[in-house]
Design a protein around this ligand. Structure first.
Ligand SMILES: CC(C)(COP(=O)(O)OP(=O)(O)OC[C@H]1O[C@@H](n2cnc3c(N)ncnc32)[C@H](O)[C@@H]1OP(=O)(O)O)[C@@H](O)C(=O)NCCC(=O)NCCS
Length: 163
């Protein structure tokens, strides 16, 4: 990962949170098609007690200026299971290790509770994401047809913990 990159957990109680959320929502709109985008429901997602967002900031090159270039959302869906609900990196900043760093951070965060597995859904045509999830040990559970919209399927994947 580039030296100036830093991952933070969003704290919705802080004043600065609104600006962070706005920046993430802008990225979400750019990266995902409407039916897959959480941009409209982002604030509702954040209000859920069992979920969280981590984001990655880098220097923009100008004096002290920073920008958010990636984010990951997670939730604890039961006492045994967590879910990665979103992962994205700005197109201009891909292939620099940011996605992997964010996913690893979210896995660590989810594991602060004694869960047995982390699951997620991914469109099988999202080759980069699929490859990243496999790299970090996620396995394909099953193909769910028309998961996102008519004709757009999803793999359900999971990462199991031994202890
Ligand atoms: C998936 C995504 C987050 C990866 O982010 P990234 O910062 O480019 O990924 P990294 O640089 O950390 O790459 C880590 C691993 O991901 C995989 N990967 C990333 N980009 C890839 C590509 N274009 N093709 C194949 N594998 C790729 C590789 O396994 C890579 O490991 P390697 O470098 O050892 O080959 C990014 O491509 C993205 O935002 N895509 C659009 C949104 C999306 O599909 N999100 C997932 C569904 S919610």
């Amino acid at each position: 990962m580039a030296a100036a990159a830093a991952i933070s957990e969003l704290d919705p109680s802080k004043d600065a949170a609104a600006a962070v959320v706005e920046e993430i929502v802008r990225l979400e709109r750019k990266i995902f098609p409407k039916h897959e985008s959480l941009s409209k429901s982002f604030h509702d997602e954040l209000r859920k007690k069992n979920s969280g967002v981590m984001y990655l900031k880098t220097n923009k090159g100008k004096e002290g200026e920073e920008e958010i270039v990636g984010y990951v959302m997670y939730s604890w869906i039961s006492s045994l299971c967590a879910s990665i609900t979103k992962l994205a990196v700005k197109e201009s900043h891909r292939r620099q290790g940011h996605g992997e760093a964010l996913l690893k951070a979210a896995i660590q965060r989810c594991r602060t509770r004694k869960i047995q597995r982390i699951c997620l859904h991914v469109d099988p045509t999202r080759i980069a994401a699929l490859s990243l999830y496999r790299k970090l040990g996620f396995q394909i559970d099953e193909l769910i047809r028309h998961y996102y919209s008519p004709g757009r399927n999803a793999y359900r994947m999971y990462l199991e913990f031994d202890e």
